[in-house]
Structure formats: structure tokens, C-alpha cells
Design a protein around this ligand. Sequence first.
Ligand SMILES: [Zn+2]
Length: 283
Amino acid sequence: MTLIKRALCASLMLLGSTAFAAGTADAPAAVRLYAMDCGTIAVSDISVFSPGVDAGQKKTLTDSCYVIVHPKGVLMWDTGLSDELAAMPDGKQLGKEFHGSLKKTVAAQLKEAGIAPEKVTFLGLSHMHFDHIGNVGLFPRATLLMQKEELALAFGPDAAKFGNDPKNYPTLAANPRQELTGDHDVFGDGSVVIKRAIGHTPGHQSLFVKLKKTGNVVLSGDLAHFTKNWENRRVPSFNFDKETSLKSMNEMAAFIKENKAQFWIQHDLEQNQKLKHAPKFYE
Ligand SMILES: [Zn+2]
């Protein structure tokens, strides 16, 4: 190797390591929010989400998940469809109405963002449905932050009745956990707050994130699945409780207004496509 080539190699390596260091999430000065593509769900009849409306029409939803890196720790918010789907070129039928697929594993996206799964301090799941718990096994040591009712269903005798299959989350029962009975300020400074928003499931929750440059953001969980349903306050046929769902939606709408927050609807493909995704981040 010539001296010039060697020098070039060395500087490229340096550039590479500098870029990697800048992208790592170790203790940043300000809160960062990473959006990740954690799957795509083709729905054969969208009216399961909007009873009596658009019957028989197909619609594609995204399945997003998020990482919040705070100076005091890391919160993984939802975990999407299982990483095993990334190895299936035609995806996988998931129940009667849904067909799931995944372009790149969540594990690979975390790696690209410089976030080691073992550095994830907290695991916040909006609820226990299959499209939110697919990769909980990546975070066996993270403290699970969930509402009391959702935990009871996840690990209790009625799991199947509520559409939960413990075989899909075999490691989760061993995670340390904090049982919530309302809103929860994750890092104690008001910048990352879990918002109790029940109705979709008995212990459903959303997430409020305060970012210095971007402003305030609410991550929906499944409080609504896409913008049209949110604006028209439509409640999916499979929600646990319609009246409670509507109450939670109205309370969240008031909270969003009061806090001048953006509302990121986690399954809304069109809205989500406008976001920047990991390894880029919001701060
Ligand atoms: Zn969902």
C-alpha cells in the first residue's frame, strides 16, 4: 500500500469512527427521539377500524416504534412486528384481515443508530397486541412500564380472551416491571411522560415527549390508527370499550391543544412517511 493510500484509508477510518460516534446515543445533552420502521400491515378490510365506513376497502398501515434517548437513560416505545418477518420476502398473514411484512429488523435499525439493546433502560408498550410486542425479547433487562390492567391481562389467565398470546412474548414475564395506575413521568423532569389512555385495551397508554428543537410530540399508541379515524373519533370494532375509547381520545385532544403538541399516529402510513427515520433523530 502506498503512503497516500494508507493516509487515505486512515482518514476514511477516522471519518467513519467520527460519524459513528456522532450517531451513538450515549448520554446526549438533550432528549432525542428516533422513529423506526417496525413493519407494514396490509389490511384487507379497513372497516374493522371504522365500523360501517369504507367497508371492503383495503388500506396499508405502517407499524412504527420509537426510541427516546434521555441524558438519564433510554426508553424503547413499542417494538413492532417480530424481526423474523424481515427474512420472509412475502411477509406473513397475521389473522384474518392483516398481512405483515418488515423491511429491516429492529435490531439492525438500533445498531445503525448506535443504540445497544442492553442500554435500553425502560420498555414502554402502548399495549400488548401482536404488532407492538414483536421484539420485546431484545430487551430482557429493561424495566417494563405498563398500566396495571394491561399487565394483569398480559400475564393473567385471560390473556387469550384479549387477543394476547404469551407464546409471542416468552421473555417478558422475567423483565423487571413497574406497574402504573395513571400518567408516569419516566425520567422525573417532565420531558418523557407516559399518558394513561385506556379503551383500545384495558390498560392502553400513549407517550408525551418534550423536545427542545422539535417541540412537543404525542406518540399515539393505538388511540387512533390513522388520521381520518382520529378526526372523526371512530372507534375500531375490536376495541375493549367504545365509550372509554372516546373519552380517552377527547382527553388527549385537549391535552394536545393545551401543550401545542404534534400528534404522531403510529399506524398512519402517509403521516409517518413524512417523518425522518433512524439513524436520523429529532431533538
Ligand atoms: Zn397496533
